[in-house]
Design a protein around this ligand. Sequence first.
Ligand code: SF4
Length: 364
Amino acid sequence: MRYIDEFRDSAQVKGILDEIESLGLREGINLMEICGTHTHSISRYGIRGVIPRGIGLLSGPGCPVCVTTEEEIDAIIGFARENRDVVIATFGDMLKVPASVGSLEGVRAEGSDVRVVYSPLDALEVAIGEPEKEVIFCAVGFETTAPTVGATVLKAMELGVDNFSVISLHRLTPPAMRSLMEEGEVRIDGFICPGHVTAITGSEAYRFLAGEYNTPCVVAGFEPLDALLAIYMLLKQIKDGRAEIEVEYSRVVTPKGNTRAKRIMERLFRVVDTRWRGFGLIAASGLKLKEEFSLYDAERRFYIRRMEAVDKDQGCRCADVIRGIITPEECSLFSTLCRPESPLGPCMVSTEGTCSAYYRYERR
Ligand code: SF4
């Protein structure tokens, strides 16, 4: 298949559903997707409703804004509040995330200079256009965004732009998957691995899941047929007693990934232990700029104070949603007090959040 329409073709979908049915696996199997875009496409296309009832599709920590900790967002809010002459450039998803001391949208209303950008290059453009201002880009994201942020820092160096810096909140996907397996809070029989992230890392990044945890992995694309094919491939592995790394999204993903993008990441970033919302500290799971790029590292250039988050205990259960322990509907605030127009947690704010996917497409 070469064209998107073919991945939405109802006859093909029917065919693969028949294949899934014919495997005869109907009881107690949990598959987890590790990508917010998969979460949304599974909800949007009603995939949960068409596969056998005993096959659970859990949503994992695949939304970058959702796994960013409250302390990190508090620190940026605090800095923006105290430094109104500094431009904080961020993706739109970050704006409404409620942290313990407010939100970036809130400090913008108070007079801080918080601007929405669509890429790190946009933030660099702001810095070039307004050389009298310091511009800090909040770099949130997984392996998909880190190379672009790295390339933007190199561009800033090349152009001699010295009023641009980055606060790197990047996280790496495989360590979080390892943490899920180590903690064992939910049974995961197979992973639907993220297509975009794996286009960078390569599918070999998940080799440890098959080898050490005997857990099948299939890297999937984002159309309905992609998701169903990935589910079929995982169930087939489970039925055959295999644990392998397979790629359904072979039109984009290779075993080794994008070597150029990986080279940029290796050149610019060092791997550090990092806290994730819902998980706590995960070893070697984050990226910070290397020493030689400290001019572009906002956390070295400025005093961005990390404080203990003020516990408001509004009952938000994003920490459990992110780990696949509960579905959004099991949070008592879902669609009552917590809705997209008045979100109480990042999972409802973000376009990649699980609560927002359930609210938009699966609300009963
Ligand atoms: Fe948090 Fe709202 Fe999701 Fe509940 S529904 S877990 S309050 S974001």
